[in-house]
Design a protein around this ligand. Structure first.
Ligand SMILES: Nc1ncnc2c1ncn2[C@@H]1O[C@H](COP(=O)(O)OP(=O)(O)OP(=O)(O)O)[C@@H](O)[C@H]1O
Ligand SMILES: [Mg+2]
Length: 259
């Protein structure tokens, strides 16, 4: 797909943020999208989420192009692909209680029921490691990590198959970060979720992702299994990214492949 933004000003030239990028993502798989700031990672995510129609190319979700579906069918499909963003507090409405934020997808889908609804919300809070009491708070009354867990609970409410994780742990402390990544790993194993994981930190990518796609200036310069790309990159830009990681950090302990 190709994603272009109109330029600013009178004689503005459009910005090609994503330039004929192509990749596949399977159920149960994590594809890490890496690359320097401005390389087009979030723009790719936005198109995958059905939020901005690509100028060229297509997004196929189980063979269906969300952008070609009638509005009503898109509304039913949309819960299947959900975002989790970087800013834990900013991605939830500040006025809304956490339990209402989690309930919202159920209401939107017409699946809310006065008895089973609250039970489902309690269950979702529990799944992400939050207490019922956290549900009665507002985002600013939770820590960053708790907030991110609430965001994940909300994303799970619609029974998603794909989560688009745009730097989901970048704003968190290392210990909190590990807990959230563990939760995501467990959810993936239990539910066969696919993750498009945008991340700057190659050490996290090594431990969390199965495959890597490296973007530079809107183009995909290299994709492959994590172990191969991180040890034997074929593109000079990937090598430069790896050279930016302090010596030894990526090689000092080799994790067994996750599958
Ligand atoms: N709404 C927009 N209007 C115009 N240009 C945009 C818009 N959003 C992004 N861009 C431009 O598109 C390019 C890609 O931006 P994008 O946000 O996708 O990069 P990114 O890889 O996610 O960067 P970062 O790591 O900093 O989040 C950049 O040149 C950016 O300036
Ligand atoms: Mg971004």
């Amino acid at each position: 797909m190709t994603v272009r933004y109109p330029g600013r000003g009178r004689r503005a030239t459009p910005v090609t943020a994503v330039d004929e990028v192509s990749f596949e993502l399977a159920a149960g798989e994590t594809l890490a999208l890496v690359g320097e700031s401005g390389s087009g990672k979030s723009s790719t995510a936005t198109a995958v989420l059905g939020l901005r129609r690509p100028e060229g190319g297509r997004v196929l979700f189980d063979g269906q192009d969300p952008y070609r579906l009638p509005e009503r069918e898109l509304r039913l499909l949309r819960p299947a692909f959900q975002p989790v963003f970087q800013d834990p507090h900013g991605s939830l409405s500040p006025r809304q209680h956490i339990q209402d934020a989690i309930a919202e997808p159920l209401r939107v889908q017409g699946r809310w029921h006065p008895v089973s609804g609250p039970r489902r919300v309690a269950e979702l809070l529990d799944i992400v490691g939050l207490a019922p009491e956290h549900g009665r708070r507002r985002p600013h009354e939770l820590s960053g990590g708790q907030c991110q867990r609430a965001g994940i609970a909300r994303a799970l409410a619609g029974e998603p198959r794909l989560l688009v994780l745009d730097e989901p742990v970048s704003a968190l402390d290392p210990t909190v970060r590990a807990g959230v990544l563990e939760l995501l790993t467990r959810l993936q194993h239990e539910r066969g979720l696919a993750y498009l994981f945008i991340c700057h930190d190659l050490t996290l990518v090594r431990d969390f992702a199965h495959r890597i796609a490296v973007m530079r200036a809107g183009r995909l310069v290299e994709t492959g299994p994590v172990a191969r790309v991180l040890t034997r990159p074929t593109h000079s830009y990937t090598r430069a990214l790896l050279d930016a990681v302090p010596t030894g950090v990526l090689t000092e302990h080799t994790h067994p492949p996750r599958r």
